[in-house]
Ligand binder design. Structure first.
Ligand SMILES: NC(=O)c1ccc[n+]([C@@H]2O[C@H](COP(=O)([O-])OP(=O)(O)OC[C@H]3O[C@@H](n4cnc5c(N)ncnc54)[C@H](OP(=O)(O)O)[C@@H]3O)[C@@H](O)[C@H]2O)c1
Length: 395
């Protein structure tokens, strides 16, 4: 442990602040007046400080108000002590009493434990726990996933973890190992776990910065329509391609709601020590997803023309996407029922926005407009009137 007297331990140390959920957590926690420190690695183009400045100043423009700046600590989870310098480790010991460990790799596949998703999720969590112990952190909060349940059916309790279940992919396995380590942590006075289901875009604006889950299937329909001249891309055809039962249901949660629940939980002493399924009370059926993909690509994607020199034949599609189809399939198996008694008890007053067709269409339009993250400049998080009006309230 670092031998430095604690002077002002008001800060919460957050990892993964540059990611989709992390950027909302930064917004919500700063708006609540929670002083933050963030562990951030540099990107190809930007320093850790510049990355956080961009995120916070974007929020300021959208909110129309000034926000305090988090203290930025350069680090990488995969390095011992998360790569924090001695000076930064000392600063954490003096100023932080809690950690919100949100960073993770969302790579689904990888058997090499020296690579992702294991490196950031398991080695990275172990390194974060070393920091927690070295700095005498009191309250540890961890963002896990509802899919630590793997391939279980029936009802999954919020405290269930490893019950001998099978898994759909390496990501799920790595998150179970991470959560197991977190729960066994002996230093902190409390360990609290948040398990979101599949995170989709912002319920008001459709904004997203990652394109997993729902967006992976949407991209499949988009690619079919824009690269292969099929004429039309039907929802049922996509579901058949994925090999998923139309009657299956998936649990999606809008990122702004997930962030609101976690930010609330982090600040409430009565939430400490519990596990929360941050999941939707009303899952969406695969039939609705198929219909959404069909309507969204027909409205927003530009269909390939038979004269297009870039046109690909169906064999190209099969060759290029067959490997990825397995990943999509593992997303779209039927979900179990996630018990959400703890979440209701602590955050029942924050209703999860209904993911109706118009809301999902807004998210789909955003993803297609952004070419699934390949558009040259990320769009601002502004509401778009084209997909219908949603109003500002949740529910
Ligand atoms: N998205 C979902 O559907 C979903 C569902 C359930 C649970 N979750 C959990 O929610 C959390 C946030 O996910 P997300 O959707 O916001 O993912 P995301 O957008 O991909 O963000 C991941 C964040 O983790 C950071 N990170 C990853 N590896 C790192 C490393 N080695 N060192 C430092 N930072 C690292 C990333 O930093 P860079 O920007 O530098 O890459 C980024 O800030 C994760 O714990 C995830 O497992 C996500």
């Amino acid at each position: 442990m670092i031998d430095i007297p604690a002077v002002d331990r008001q800060h919460l140390l957050v990892t993964g602040a540059t990611g989709l959920l992390g950027s909302y957590l930064v917004r919500d926690l700063l708006l609540d007046g929670q002083p933050l420190a963030v562990v951030v690695r540099r990107s190809r183009r930007e320093s850790p400080e510049a990355r956080i400045e961009r995120i916070v100043s974007d929020w300021e423009i959208e909110l129309g108000k000034r926000l305090p700046r988090p203290r930025v600590l350069a680090g990488d989870l995969t390095a011992p002590r998360c790569g924090l310098s001695d000076a930064d480790l000392g600063w954490v010991a003096r100023h932080c009493s809690g950690v919100l460990h949100n960073a993770a790799s969302l790579s689904f596949r990888g058997s090499d434990r020296a690579a992702e998703p294991w490196l950031s999720n398991v080695t990275g969590t172990a390194n974060m726990l070393d920091v927690v112990r070295a700095t005498d952190i009191e309250h540890l909060h961890h963002v896990s996933t509802a899919y630590v349940c793997g391939l279980r059916a029936g009802t999954v309790a919020e405290d269930d973890l490893d019950v001998g279940q099978d898994f759909g992919n390496d990501y799920e396995r790595s998150k179970v190992e991470a959560e197991t380590m977190i729960r066994a942590a002996t230093g902190p006075a409390s360990v609290t776990v948040y398990r979101p289901s599949i995170i989709v875009g912002d319920s008001h604006t459709g904004f997203t910065s990652t394109y997993h889950g729902l967006f992976a299937v949407l991209r499949l329909g988009h690619t079919l329509l824009t690269k292969v001249a099929l004429g039309s891309t039907s929802g049922p055809a996509i579901l058949r391609l994925l090999g998923v039962a139309p009657s299956s249901k998936k649990n999606f949660v809008p990122v702004d709601w997930v962030s609101a629940v976690i930010a609330h939980g982090v600040q409430k002493p009565e939430a400490r020590g519990r596990t929360f399924h941050v999941t939707h009370p009303e899952p969406v059926s695969n039939v609705a997803i198929g219909a959404l993909v069909q309507e969204a690509v027909e409205r927003y994607s530009k269909a390939a023309s038979p004269d297009d020199p870039e046109l690909c034949d169906e064999q190209w599609f099969a060759d290029n996407l067959s490997a990825q189809l397995d990943v999509y399939r593992s997303y779209f198996r039927n979900d179990p029922t996630f018990d959400r008694a703890n979440t209701e008890a602590i955050a029942g007053h924050i209703p999860c926005p209904t993911l109706d067709h118009s809301r999902l269409m807004r998210m789909a339009k955003f993803a297609i407009d952004q070419d699934f993250g390949r558009a040259p400049r990320p769009a601002r998080r502004t509401a778009d009137p084209v997909a219908g009006t949603l109003g500002a309230s949740v529910g």
